[in-house]
Design a protein around this ligand. Sequence first.
Ligand code: SF4
Ligand code: SF4
Length: 190
Amino acid sequence: MRLPNVLVRYLGEFKTWIKLITFYELAMGMKVTLHHLLHYKPITLQYPHEKRLLPENYRGMLALLRYEDGTDKCVGCDLCEAVCPSRVITVVSAEVPGEPTKRYAKTYDMDMTRCLFCGLCVQACPVDALGMTREYEWAVCNKRDLLLNKEQLLAIGDRSFPNREKRLEFQDPNVAFFNVAFPGQPLNEN
Ligand code: SF4
Ligand code: SF4
């Protein structure tokens, strides 16, 4: 049986009035507050004493990698520099002395104040000479400390990727031509 419209209206007004005099909305709000108070679970981590678990594919600080005998993987091809959307990377390549077909990165610099951590440089590198580590604690007081040279980038790679690959010519003789394999590289003059 359908109630007359007037009765429906009066019932609605009566409900509103009851809620008003019993402070219903206030009670519901206090119920939510009490629930959080009694079932309190902190979600704030006390960094740096507690640290978040990083996802598997976390993209942290960039690093240059070496082969297992210590030679640089980088062949100074400049592809990473060309692909970087933020112009973070500057590579100066040079001929390996006595081996005119082979090149290496004479200097390799990164301005990490500009990096987006997009990973494009890592994907572009033809010899897997770049890697993204899981390091993220790189807050500095002087932003010049984030201008990293080749030695610093290699040091990051050494500590983050201790398991190194064999040199390319030991992996596949067909690609030996591209391998620098230049153990006595001069240090960055900067
Ligand atoms: S991660 Fe992206 S922004 Fe950073 S150096 Fe590589 S290409 Fe450039
Ligand atoms: S890091 Fe890779 S892409 Fe960049 S210059 Fe070296 S070999 Fe080329």
